[in-house]
Design a binder for this molecule. Structure first.
Ligand code: 9MR
Length: 366
């Protein structure tokens, strides 16, 4: 999967190579010495965010939940919303056709209820993490069969979780970088109307859930954002039940920080809610102090953008511990993208988020 912003966004080299090297050499010690002090009680991220009417969330790795006490403690004390990182995806909940496994997702929902957290459901219609049985039969499906399978999936999963999901990512990552629709099974078999159909079925299945379109790189202006904008504008105009747009916000210090305030306002003007749904800020390892500064800016600017846009109802990090991040597996040589380190000690990025929320001081948003 390419999560790189458009090439023209690539940052010009900001440092002479010699400076980078020098900083890299001093970085390890400097960073661990500056580990942040984590706030608890009224200074926790969730308590501070609540004062601004914002939910602050995290993706949850359910392998850690219930087996790592420190992980549980942070998940419960710092966040007011949770997203299953993998366990609500189709391959996880229906590994064999007609045989469902909701155990891990149900466990997460129990945890969320216990800790007064809301749940973002992720995700119903995607090209990735489909069960093997579906990948196998996919090419031979007729339009009618594919439509029936997708509809059944949305009803099965949403009915199971009915009333327990705050926001659903109904359709995920439907666009290519050039703003055309991604060539996935649903486009091939059903055509572009699969998106509209998915939202209509989702609303029938759980009328109270907020229904989101979710994607990456739409944080940046350009054809992909324009494609998503045209899509959701068309859906709104037709009265299709869509409530919001999720901006995944997977950033990398080698690219610019997107102007999410302007972008989210653009979508909010259509009457939609917005959310930052998968924030992380990766960088090349080892982290230099300059890159750390860019990571802190990445977190604080994106959170500020959410606070400055009233329609932005939640800010979610894609996991909180570097040891469990998806980044090193997909971007070799990169990492350190999260707000806690490998030992679940709060990093300066954590403090950046805390400072933004503290400074906002619960003043009403407009
Ligand atoms: O973090 C998820 C990782 O554990 C999975 O292996 C991966 C499989 O595609 O999906 C990751 O989460 C993705 C999310 O569901 C959608 N947006 C991009 C995320 C990072 O790849």
């Amino acid at each position: 999967m390419s999560l790189h912003p458009p090439a023209r966004r690539r940052r010009a080299a900001t440092l002479a190579a010699s400076t980078t090297l020098a900083l890299a050499l001093i970085a390890g010690g400097a960073l661990s010495a500056s580990a942040a002090t984590e706030g608890t009680g009224g200074q926790s991220l969730r308590a501070l965010a609540q004062r601004s009417g914002l939910r602050i969330g995290t993706a949850i790795n359910t392998d850690q939940l219930g087996s790592n006490a420190r992980y549980d403690e942070i998940a419960a004390s710092q966040f007011s919303s949770v997203t299953p990182e993998n366990v609500m995806k189709w391959d996880a909940i229906e590994p064999q056709r007609g045989k469902f496994d909701y155990a891990a997702a149900d466990e997460l929902i129990r945890f969320a209820k216990q800790h007064h957290q809301l749940v973002r459901g992720h995700t119903l219609v995607w090209y990735n993490q489909l069960p093997q049985w579906l990948t196998d039969i996919g090419p031979s499906l007729t339009t009618k069969q594919a439509t029936a399978i997708l509809k059944q999936h949305i009803f099965d999963e949403m009915t199971h979780f009915k009333g327990r999901i705050w926001q659903w990512d109904v359709v995920n990552e439907a666009f290519n970088e050039d703003g055309t629709l991604r060539d996935n099974l649903w486009l091939q078999k059903i055509g572009p109307s699969y998106i509209e159909k998915a939202f209509r079925w989702a609303h029938q299945a759980d009328p109270k859930a907020l229904l989101f379109y979710n994607d990456y790189n739409i944080e940046y202006g350009g054809p992909k954002q324009d494609g998503a904008y045209a899509l959701v504008k068309g859906l709104v105009k037709k009265g299709v039940p869509i409530d919001g747009v999720g901006f995944q916000t997977h950033l990398d210090t080698q690219y610019d920080i997107p102007d999410l305030r302007t972008t989210m306002q653009r979508f909010a003007k259509l009457g939609l809610k917005t959310a930052e749904t998968e924030v992380d800020v990766r960088t090349t390892l080892p982290v230099t102090s300059v890159e750390l500064s860019a990571q802190k800016a990445g977190y604080s600017e994106t959170l500020q953008a959410c606070l400055l846009v009233k329609a932005c109802i939640s800010y979610t990090v894609w996991g909180f511990g570097d040891a469990f991040s998806w980044i090193p597996g997909v971007f070799p040589g990169e990492g350190a993208a999260d707000i806690y380190d490998e030992h679940l000690v709060a990093k300066p990025e954590y403090t950046s988020l805390q400072t933004v929320l503290r400074t906002a001081n619960g003043v009403p948003r407009r």
